[in-house]
Write a protein that binds this ligand. Structure first.
Ligand code: FAD
Length: 116
């Protein structure tokens, strides 16, 4: 959404959080250390307890149980976040995002310079 409100509403918070998560995955190492893997699992695992939209957090927690995070490297992690985001998109009746375009959207930038 392009409009901003103060304090942020659920959509703004979601947009900002996905920006953080997808960008963090895009720059996660190809070969993460055990410490980096543990910290990524902790970051993801904290969301069901702390994300400040309770029904969003609850559904994300259920999804986590069905889909353990792939913290093996940036490609797997980026795909994993794309799939989780697409579950939310589907729930909200939004179009699925093509996960093959994740790097273009969040790391390399599109050829035409337009992100959406
Ligand atoms: P967003 O969905 O925020 O997406 C931002 C941008 O990401 C898009 O413009 C697109 O370029 C890109 N993108 C879209 N899909 C993908 C993908 N699969 N992979 C990579 N990039 C993608 N809202 C609710 O109403 N109910 C919920 O239960 C809910 N649960 C949420 C759970 C989590 C963990 C998070 C982070 C957010 C949740 N949200 C929920 C918020 C919701 O996902 C959106 O952020 C919000 O609706 C605003 O949508 P938006 O149009 O700004 O685009």
């Amino acid at each position: 959404t392009s409009t901003s409100s103060c304090p942020p509403d659920k959509d703004q918070l979601g947009h900002a959080t996905w920006t953080f998560l997808h960008t963090t995955a895009a720059y996660y190492p190809t070969h993460p250390t055990p410490h980096q893997r543990t910290q990524m699992l902790a970051l993801i695992g904290s969301l069901p307890a702390l994300y400040p939209c309770s029904h969003c957090a609850e559904d994300f927690g259920e999804s986590l149980k069905r889909n353990p995070p792939d913290v093996s490297g940036r490609a797997g992690l980026s795909r994993w976040f794309c799939q989780r985001h697409n579950e939310v998109n589907e729930k909200l009746g939004k179009a699925a995002f093509d996960c093959a375009k994740t790097d273009e959207r969040w790391k390399d930038g599109p050829a035409d310079a337009f992100c959406d």
